[in-house]
Design a protein around this ligand. Structure first.
Ligand code: RM4
Ligand code: MN
Ligand code: MN
Length: 398
């Protein structure tokens, strides 16, 4: 494997040791499209089952000991936060980002914090404030905010008024956060709203985060851009502004498809990691960025899809570590566009899988996480336990 000048294999290993990626509790559950939901016997239903699956993924990959939770789905009435925290700890996991849910209840049909009705705005803000408290209880310092707020028709809402409601809600939440907590503001251009989304892009998210306060940054979900968007450019820009807070990784072809990472455009994933590695090399320190997965595996088995994604993310991060940035910079100095690009292409083309297999073996992990997971029989075991408890009807669209 060709290494960039001045970088050793042990440098790569040390950086990989610090590369971890959070898996989402909802990625282990039965999900679907708006046309329906297909159930898998092995898919998790309760937070206990989701944590068990996350632990199984971590046991073969070694780099995902943190689990994102969605408040409404994971903490229904009767579930105690202290129990969840204790269960996670027993499995050697941490509860990671806290995701409030202000999009599912009937009252949010016309918006949450930008709803015209002050009582609904208050209900939404109170739920997010409750999520801040929940984060404190489970030892999480990340509050991850995604809003479905938007309108379907021109004239339906006063866009500037809604912006002001957003500013004041996020400010209020920010003021309630403990000093170690970070607020991540996620953007999405469309869906479920189809005319305008209140936080449609990274610029709006950055503006709202700045209004909220110093502990607020932008969350880039790789599935939340219009076709053709240059995501790594956004990433580089946000890094330079000190506003990049984290990622929701997934892949897409058309919309917010939530496919496994790298399945459609692995070069894009590599280019994103390349911007991160370049910035880290320039400053000599790791970026403080939360790497998270946000996927919904409707066709693939949940845990296998998660392992695939984690392994792919690790591979492409490793490839980005192979970019000879000095060679690229030297090529730029003489306007040699071809060789500057070549530095990226060479790294991208390198097969890092044998190196990563050795790296895993050196840590007592399986060389091939997916194969080891299949051999463990975990899916069949949990399917036998969980399957009979599930209703076989699936979920209808209408
Ligand atoms: C949204 C967005 C959020 C996620 C929900 C379930 O499209 O990506 O991050 O929490 O889906
Ligand atoms: Mn997301
Ligand atoms: Mn999404």
């Amino acid at each position: 494997m060709k290494l960039p000048a001045g970088i050793t294999e042990s440098d790569l290993c040390r950086r990989l040791d610090r590369f971890s990626i959070e898996t989402p509790s909802w990625g282990y559950a039965d999900t679907g499209t708006r046309f329906g939901k297909f159930l898998q016997d092995a898919a998790a239903t309760t937070i206990e089952e989701k944590l068990a699956d996350a632990a199984a993924v971590h046991s073969v990959t070694g780099c995902c000991d943190s689990v994102a939770v969605h408040v409404l789905w994971d903490f229904p009435a009767g579930v105690k936060t202290s129990d969840v925290a204790a269960k996670a700890k027993a499995l050697r996991l941490k509860i990671g980002s806290i995701n409030p849910n202000v999009f599912q209840d009937q009252c949010y049909k016309l918006g949450s914090v930008s709803n015209r009705n002050p009582a609904i705005r208050k209900q939404a803000t109170d739920h997010i404030l409750e999520s801040v408290r929940l984060g404190k209880d489970v030892g999480s310092s990340l509050l991850s905010l995604w809003f479905a707020d938007g309108t379907n028709y021109p004239g339906q809402g006063n866009i500037r008024q809604r912006k002001k409601w957003f500013e004041s809600a996020l400010r209020q939440v920010h003021d309630a956060m403990p000093p170690e907590m970070m607020m991540l503001v996620e953007y999405k251009p469309f869906e479920p709203a189809f005319y305008h989304t209140d936080i449609a892009d990274w610029g709006m998210a950055a503006s709202l985060a700045r209004h909220a306060g110093k502990q607020a940054k932008v969350l880039v979900d790789t599935g939340h851009h219009l076709p053709g968007c240059n995501i790594e450019h956004i990433v580089a820009f946000l890094i330079d502004e000190g506003m990049l807070g984290g990622f929701h990784f997934n892949d897409r072809k058309y919309a917010d498809d939530d496919l496994t990472v790298g399945s459609i455009d692995p070069y894009q994933l590599f280019r994103i990691f390349n911007e991160i590695v370049l910035a880290e090399r320039e400053t000599g320190k790791d970026l403080n960025v939360a790497y998270m997965i946000d996927q919904s595996h409707n066709i693939k088995p949940k845990t296998e899809a998660m392992i695939e994604t984690v392994v792919t993310a690790q591979e492409y991060f490793c490839k980005a570590l192979l970019v000879d940035h000095r060679a690229a910079a030297a090529a730029r100095e003489i306007d040699d566009v071809v060789m500057a690009e070549r530095a990226l292409k060479d790294a991208f083309a390198t097969d890092v899988r044998p190196f990563l297999a050795e790296y895993r073996a050196s840590k007592g992990l399986p060389r091939e996480p997916l194969q080891a997971f299949r051999a463990s029989g975990y899916v069949a075991k949990v399917a036998a336990e969980r399957g009979p408890r599930k209703s076989k009807s699936g979920g209808a669209y209408a």
